[in-house]
Design a protein around this ligand. Structure first.
Ligand code: ADP
Ligand code: TYD
Length: 716
């Protein structure tokens, strides 16, 4: 288990070690700026195009078309562009691409300034966007291939997380916020009469253009290392990207885990895309203006940043497969909730959650793809995911904004109820439902902890004590445990019950804790020495009882239950909860977790609690005249805490407990117990064996020393 402190320290050290690598640091900074520009540009081109035409349908179509144009090149040219990018020097490929993108971005507002008509402006914006996207497809593989050459393998994941947070978390938020601020301040400064060159959308496009120029310059003159490590360029040209791309798809199609992952990631992004695509009309349906749209847009990406950056710290050791499915359900349920939002603040919260879910799904998915896919195919699968998420996101934005544009002006009024349903909300509703379905089925397909309750698992992981499945076994027998304080009469009753059942010809295994096995005998000698002998500390004592229990269950109890025997044990888990927990005042939940781990989740079918006043019990023990052990020698208060712990446990689960007054005659007690057990044995198949299990999940993170990290700086 990792404490929060450890997680933070390793995370921070990893971050520093990645940023210490100069070429990567430069690339990251410049890519961040470029990504900020791109998001500004994406928002700007869409709004820009929509501003050029009148009417909600036309606006929706214009908004959608510009975005849709972004997905066409990837669909058609994706694989071929990869081949191109692999053939030439990566640094110069990046530089030339960025110079071209600079020119194209700048041309969009330029055409408007030159006084072209609305239609021409939209037309050119569309063509330019198409060209930009095509160039981007050449640029991405060059960049992706360059990054691994800049940093050591062990730091790749951290680098990816950093890049993800920057591209999908930080820069989009900044972009949305700055365009909202820009919009407000330009309008305030000009008193509403905005000269066309200073329209926020146009300013954003100019910035986008300049950020690309800056990237080109930095890559050309500041990160010469990108040209290195490409010595085997000739060898790579032999394997076409088209073939690589195809192989990637075939692998995805044939591997269920990967298929589920990829579909899940796409699904989450589709949900996010629909929210973005409908956001404008959704904002309008909330009675809020354009600023609300930017806020919603920003909220999604704040959520993404929270999910990617903070998700792992929150869920800690939760199974990544489960986290993945849960995240998709979270994102989809939030989309669903958006459909019912009646106020902007509700919508903002929903949007943050949509982003958080999508971000966590993306991170969990990426981690799983990295960890569970063989090295030889990993690159291609990542490529498919990357191009795929782009396509899905853009497609979802375009399609939903188009649909909403068409239906946005229509409102369905439900007779006198005063409820109006817009197409926006219906779309969100449908998307949410579909997403929840996808998330649950992805969860089911790849669940690695079947049988562990989902919410308990999540809660346990968040608190740092993750659960794992019960050890699989089928009990055909009956597990009866006697619990109670000292001298309650447990040994007496165990013997009586065994005699009764044995007399009926049943196989009975009587046993006890601690000390039923040879190993247990040695443990018993350690924990139950005479008072004054070397006694173990409370935690050591708890571990010793758990150790005895683990061995006892594995070698005696479980095999007997599998055979179909009735197992009657003098003490079990509850004794640890009562003595080590309540008695020694160790945290009861921790002791419980320890015992559950030891037993693999095995719970008794029936616990007979012989309740006795400590004074009475202890006097019976004393009457036996044997030497007292150090537990018996504990204070009366100790034994009282133990007694009430037993009673509390019984009260919490009354069906599984038979609480009897141990001061009654032994015969009476024996008869009551025998009746209850015989009832259960009449129809053994009707016995519902309880069995959830808990186990720790240790994830060891190897840490490099600072000295090792420094040497990773490439000497130049
Ligand atoms: N119901 C009872 N009433 C009175 N004395 C009892 C009863 N059951 C057991 N005893 C006596 O109390 C003492 C402790 O009983 P034992 O079965 O060894 O308890 P435990 O195993 O719970 O310590 C024994 O001397 C036993 O004969
Ligand atoms: C099984 C178990 C026993 N104990 C203690 C309670 C008892 O004092 C002691 C041994 O129990 P037991 O053999 O039942 O002694 P007695 O018959 O005298 O009651 O071990 C724990 O503290 N934790 C445990 O988990």
């Amino acid at each position: 288990m990792s404490s929060t402190g450890q997680v933070d320290r390793t995370g921070y050290a990893a971050l520093r070690s990645v940023l210490r690598i100069r070429p990567f640091r430069r690339l990251w900074i410049v890519l961040g700026a470029a990504s900020y520009g791109d998001w500004l540009g994406l928002l700007a081109t869409s709004i820009f195009a929509a501003d050029q035409v009148e009417g909600s349908t036309a606006k929706g179509a214009a908004f959608g078309t510009v975005i849709a144009v972004r997905l066409l090149p990837a669909l058609v040219l994706g694989p071929l562009a990869g081949v191109f990018a692999d053939r030439f020097d990566r640094r110069w490929t990046m530089v030339i691409c960025d110079v071209l993108r600079f020119l194209l971005f700048a041309s969009i507002p330029l055409v408007a300034i030159l006084g072209a008509s609305g239609g021409v402006v939209v037309g050119w914006a569309t063509v330019a966007t198409f060209l930009i996207e095509t160039i981007t497809l050449l640029w991405i593989p060059a960049k992706e291939a360059a990054v691994p050459n800049l940093i050591p393998r062990a730091r790749l994941e951290m680098a990816n997380q950093l890049t993800l947070i920057t591209t999908y978390g930080i820069t989009p938020v900044l972009a949305a916020l700055s365009i909202a601020v820009l919009d407000a301040s330009v309008r305030a400064a000009t008193g509403g009469v905005v000269p066309s060159w200073s329209e926020p959308a146009q300013l954003a496009l100019w910035f986008n253009a300049l950020s690309r120029l800056a990237t080109a310059l930095v890559v050309a003159f500041g990160i010469k290392e990108i040209s290195d490590g490409q010595a085997d360029r000739d060898a790579r040209t032999e394997q076409s990207m088209l073939r690589q791309f195809k192989e990637g798809w075939r692998f995805i199609g044939h591997t269920p885990l990967v298929r589920g992952l990829v579909l899940g990631i796409f699904g989450a992004f589709a949900g996010g895309g629909i929210v973005i695509g409908t956001a404008r009309f959704f904002a309008a349906s909330l009675g809020a203006g354009d600023a609300a749209f930017y806020l919603l847009f920003g909220a999604i990406f704040v959520g993404l940043a929270i999910g990617i950056g903070g998700g792992p710290m929150i869920v800690r050791d939760l199974s990544r497969r489960r986290w993945f499915g849960m995240s998709i359900v979270l994102a989809s349920a939030s989309v669903l909730a958006l459909a019912f939002a009646i106020h902007l603040s509700m919508a903002m919260l929903g949007a943050v959650l949509v982003g958080a879910g999508a971000g966590m799904a993306f991170l969990a998915g990426t981690t799983l793809l990295g960890g569970e896919i063989a090295d030889e195919v990993r690159g291609r699968v990542f490529a498919v995911v990357q191009i795929g998420t782009r396509l899905v996101l853009i497609f979802a934005i375009a399609l939903s904004s188009l649909l909403v544009g068409v239906g946005g002006s229509r409102e369905l009024r439900i007779a006198d109820l005063g409820i109006s349903i817009s197409s926006t909300r219906l779309l969100l509703l449908a998307a949410g439902l579909a997403g929840i379905f996808a998330g649950i089925s992805a969860f089911g397909q790849m669940d690695d902890k079947k049988g562990v309750p989902v919410l308990a698992d999540l809660w346990g992981s968040m608190r740092g004590r993750p659960l794992t499945p019960a050890e699989p076994f089928v009990s055909t027998g009956l597990f009866v445990v006697f619990e109670g304080g000292e001298g309650a009469g447990k040994s007496t009753q165990v013997t009586r019950l065994a005699e009764t059942l044995g007399g009926q010809g049943r196989e009975v295994v009587t046993t006890r804790e601690p000390g039923a096995t040879p190993v247990g005998q040695r443990i018993r000698a350690l924990v139950l020495g005479a008072p004054g002998s070397d006694t173990p500390s409370p935690r050591a004592e708890a571990l010793l009882y758990a150790a005895d229990r683990a061995h006892h269950v594995a070698t005696v109890v479980r095999p007997a239950l599998v055979r179909g025997a009735v197992v009657v044990s003098d003490r079990y888990v509850d004794s640890s909860l009562a003595y080590q927990g309540a008695g020694r005042t160790l945290p009861v939940d921790e002791v419980s977790w320890l015992s559950s781990w030891a037993t693999g989740g095995l719970k008794p079918d029936l616990v007979v609690l012989l309740d006795v006043e400590p004074r009475v019990g202890l006097s019976r023990v004393a009457a036996r005249g044997e030497e007292t052990d150090h537990v018996e020698a504990e204070s009366l208060a100790f034994h009282e805490r133990v007694r009430y712990a037993f009673l509390d446990l019984a009260a919490a689960d009354p069906k599984r407990y038979l609480v009897l007054d141990a001061s009654r005659p032994a015969d009476e007690i024996a008869a009551t117990v025998a009746r209850r057990v015989e009832e259960m044995l009449v129809d053994p198949s009707a016995i519902v064996h309880p069995a959830p299990a808990k186990q720790p999940d240790t994830s060891v993170q190897p840490e490099l020393s600072d000295a090792e990290l420094v040497t990773m700086e490439q000497p130049r």
